[in-house]
Ligand binder design. Sequence first.
Ligand SMILES: Cc1cc2nc3c(=O)[nH]c(=O)nc-3n(C[C@H](O)[C@H](O)[C@H](O)COP(=O)(O)O)c2cc1C
Length: 273
Amino acid sequence: MKTERVWKMYWSATGTTKIVVSAIADRLAAELGLAVETYDFTLPAARRTAPEFAAGDVVVFGTPTYAGRVPNVLLKYLETVKGGGAAAIPVVTFGNRAFDDALIELRDILTDNGFRPFAGAAFVGEHSFSKTLAAGRPDVDDLLLAAQFAGQAAARLAGVDGQTPPVEVPGRAREARTYYQPRDRAGNPVDIRKVKPLTGEACDQCGICAAVCPMGSINPENVREYTGICIKCGACVKKCPQGAKYYDDAGYLYHKTELEEGYKRRAEVRLFF
Ligand SMILES: Cc1cc2nc3c(=O)[nH]c(=O)nc-3n(C[C@H](O)[C@H](O)[C@H](O)COP(=O)(O)O)c2cc1C
């Protein structure tokens, strides 16, 4: 099928998914001699609508891995994104632990919605909870792989049609998928669902945290106040120019340290056709 439009579409609270998806889509477009259109659905306003895709489009579609899956707060919105026969490349990022069932779940969502996922990838991004775990990733080597992957994808696009089966990626069948559960030393589950960041003295009420919160949960008039759920995405903590947002919850800090200590090895990028 002839490709007419290249899209990048992503949710990216701390920016690593955006970098990876952009590297792939920009190179893919260059290979095909086309421009790139962008749909960033990180902020709540962008999740009120979705682009209309059609056969002839190729969409590089990215989300991070949260608890080994596609972030569950996105599932309702993702159901509304219709593929219209567009070719797709599901891409997940993960914070150096594992992507578990995230890529297969994203592939299945896209397939169910009328996309044709013919290739897929899992890249490493600095962990949302940490400044040391997978720090600096995606790095130069990762972005080189992204460019090579895009080149291979471009070469295969012409052969993608309604008969193309969904790309095979690792992960469990739908019925067997569970969420990753952090545990303490005694093996008891660490539940961080209710945890929210605190705001330190350095806060000058600039409002950036409220503007970047993907859940729209920070009151811009009083950024110490959380008016909705916190998904621990790290956007307010990492993007605060004053470094004023932080967590003090013991369970959260234990889990963060456990990840930093337990996953020091370099996790590798995985590419699938
Ligand atoms: C709530 C939550 C759960 C996460 N779960 C995982 C996980 O299961 N495995 C992993 O390796 N990284 C996990 N991460 C890390 C992110 O997948 C990773 O940092 C990703 O690059 C963030 O993407 P972004 O920069 O586009 O927001 C998690 C992050 C958050 C906030």
